[in-house]
Design a protein around this ligand. Structure first.
Ligand code: XUL
Ligand code: CO
Length: 437
């Protein structure tokens, strides 16, 4: 059965007025040494696209999907079919899911795992016939009421054990489906108040949990990357994996830094008070950039709106960091993004992805031009020039001491600083963005 009566989206170029066509995304187009498809590795998020019904704290679901007349495992099978139709129409090579997105939980953990396995079996068939791949899967350890106080950071050992069971099952699925990554987003791994929380025990337990997961992945020969997705708040007030800096320091403290990398989401960065590119930069320079959840937040509100990414300026700077990282490698660009409650037509699911894919394709072209023209590299070279000779070179080489610098400083006259030229740089970036259009 065809849920979407639409042919595969084609490229029409920047002059097109058709929302069902790409202006920038041409999978085969070479940018540098790789094609756009190889650079971008787009992925569709099952939860926002196949299961989200538009509900918010003030209103019930308003998105009636063409598969919604089914229930239970039949609904799960219908969604699966629709998912692979959408991947085909959009020419998206990867997808991501949580265990509870793909199958009903039933009334016990054993039934849930059985339901998931039934769908995974069918999923494998669709994957084999379509060539679509799993970017990552994950265990949802935040929706079921048992996780009210956390999963790996719960106060209840039986909840911890149940979470461990879900992750074991998730890693088995990742291995079975040849997933390129496996993600840990700490849904309720954080706390509301210190008054009832043993932070030290919870952090130690979280580290133990992650070591167990990495040990098991190794044992079963799962070769995908294990990724942690930082987020500062929502649902808990104080999430343990607040941002890149906090998460990397946690990983180092518990000797997990060689076993995990990071999955970075734009809206999580802005919730943490950072730009998307800041988080990407910090991960990149530490060799920790694993994959990306491509979306954007509304900076006027303080929650995770998960909008489709359409901000070309931010996306260009994000693609700049990704290219400077040497690409995403096993990672990809997963649209962890949902259509607005007002965009409730099934067709909006297609146009939203087209908009996001096109923004990233355009951003890729612009970022590549920024690198080829050495726009920012030459700024850095000039701006930090004093560290390439004399006393600066000694500082960088670790040869200077407080005493040697004291003696040197006393010989100095007035120091002449240069302008940072931020405004003209921003204007230059706009020039480059519009020149590659
Ligand atoms: C929540 C979020 C999740 C993770 C996977 O904010 O981003 O969807 O990406 O659990
Ligand atoms: Co995410």
């Amino acid at each position: 059965m065809a849920y979407f009566k639409h042919a595969k989206i084609g490229y029409e170029g920047p002059g097109s007025n058709n929302p069902m066509a790409f202006r920038h995304y041409q999978p085969e187009q070479k940018i540098g040494h790789q094609t756009m498809e190889e650079h971008l590795r787009f992925s569709m998020a099952y939860w926002h696209t196949l299961t989200f019904d538009g509900s918010d704290p003030f209103g019930r679901g308003n998105m009636l999907r063409p598969w919604d007349h089914f229930t239970g495992i039949d609904l799960a099978k219908a969604r699966l079919e629709a998912a692979f139709e959408l991947l085909e129409i959009l020419n998206i090579p990867f997808f991501c899911f949580h265990d509870i997105d793909i199958a009903p939980e039933g009334d016990s953990l054993a039934t849930f795992f059985k339901n998931v396995d039934t769908i995974v079996d069918e999923m494998k068939g669709y994957m084999n016939s379509s060539g679509k791949k799993l970017l990552w899967n994950t265990a949802n350890m935040f929706t079921n009421p048992r996780y009210v106080h956390g999963a790996a950071t719960t106060n209840h050992a039986d909840v911890f054990a149940t979470a461990a069971a879900q992750v074991k099952h998730g890693l088995d699925i990742a291995k079975e489906l040849n997933g390129e990554n496996y993600v840990f987003w700490g849904g309720r791994e954080g706390y509301e108040t210190l008054l009832n929380t043993d932070v030290a025990l919870e952090l130690d337990n979280l580290a133990k949990f992650l070591h167990m997961a990495a040990d098991y992945a190794e044992k079963i020969g799962f070769t995908g990357q294990l990724l942690i997705e930082p987020k500062p708040k929502e649902p808990t007030t104080h999430q343990y994996d607040t941002d890149v800096a906090t998460t990397v320091s946690f990983l180092r403290q518990y000797h997990l830094q060689d076993r995990f990398r990071l999955n970075l989401e734009a809206n999580h960065a802005t919730l943490a008070g950072h730009t998307f590119e800041h988080e990407l930069r910090l991960a990149r320079i530490q060799g920790m950039l694993g994959s990306v959840d491509a979306n954007q937040g509304d900076t006027l509100v303080g929650w995770d709106t998960d909008e489709f990414p359409t901000d070309i300026y931010s996306v260009t700077l994000a693609m700049y960091e990704i290219l400077k990282n040497g690409g995403l490698k096993q990672g990809g660009l997963n649209f962890d993004a949902k259509v607005r409650r007002g965009s409730y037509h099934a067709e909006d699911l297609i146009t939203a992805h087209v908009a996001g894919m096109d923004t990233f394709a355009w951003g890729l072209k612009a970022a590549n031009a920024l690198i080829e023209q050495r726009v920012l590299d030459s700024v850095l070279e000039e701006r930090y020039e004093t560290f390439s000779t004399g006393v600066g070179k000694d500082i960088v080489a670790g040869k200077a001491t407080l005493e040697s610098l004291h003696d040197y400083a006393l010989t100095l006259g007035e120091i002449e600083n240069q302008s940072g030229r931020q405004e003209s740089l921003k204007a230059k970036i706009q020039d480059v963005i519009y020149s590659v259009r």
